[in-house]
Design a protein around this ligand. Sequence first.
Ligand code: AVJ
Length: 323
Amino acid sequence: MQKVYKMEHTERFAEDVREGLSSEPKYLHSKYFYDEIGDDLFQQIMELEEYYLTDCEAEIFESQKNVILQYFSNGVEVFDLIEFGAGDGLKTKILLNHFVDNNINFNYIPIDISNSVLSSLTQDLNNNLPELNIKPICDDYFHALEELNKVDYNKKVILFLGSNIGNFRGDDAIPFLKHLRADMKEKDQLFIGFDLMKDPKVILVAYNDKKGITSEFNFNLLDRINKDLGGNFNRKNFSHYPSYNPVTGETKSYLISLKNQTVRIEELSQSFTFKKWEPVFTEISQKYSLRDIKHFAKHSGFKVEKNFLDQKKYFVDSLWHLA
Ligand code: AVJ
């Protein structure tokens, strides 16, 4: 079973790479950043001085955990705290610790497609917070949610933190949010992190750090294609180029071809040509205004219940319920 799944996974990856490198302009999906090495690089990014997002969200949780708890637990005996893409759960732990300290009756259900990420998170929580009821699910978000709905009638609070939503381009987030909404019931809530527009310089360095970890994070995708799909990318022939557009809030990253070159990908039995200075788009990290957030809620069938911001107003965790 495991093996079949793995095979499908590689085929999907291969097809997505084929599609992206055959397109004009070329692109690669940022969801493929996250293999074992990519997971580790993202951990390092979250610890970077320049990557303010993690600190801001941690500050929101730390300073407003009491109010957040009230909103989650208001009027119910028990609730399920479901986290999409939990990662190492470092920020979430602030909330989990607080809820456990207050003897709140809840289940923590982290959902992640990566087994290794999930099992280290579970182990860590079992060791450090043994009183926590944790029920990890290794699956894609929607499938896990559907399965959960069949057996579980607790109130659900869904966490989608860290501005992961920013990987959707503009209104592409809306179908995703609508799908989520379809799996939610009247009393359920969605707690969703958005990175806000701010000084463009602050944003740009967050994706262009001095140590070059973000650049490495992008290049890892080329390494991964080489490893998993038999590619022969030479990373020396590309350079990492991050950009921020203060008009649209789009933070986009590219790998720029430094010369005319051809790259072979064995798994696809295909070669791809890159012109000198041709960009390969790798990631969007959308930045939002509070108005955008209202717009997204409205157009996907939600209502903003409360916005939780950090002191500097860099980041918002927005609590939504069904409209
Ligand atoms: C995990 C998607 C929220 O876009 O800020 C960090 C990923 N990319 N640095 C983001 C990322 C480059 C991150 N998200």
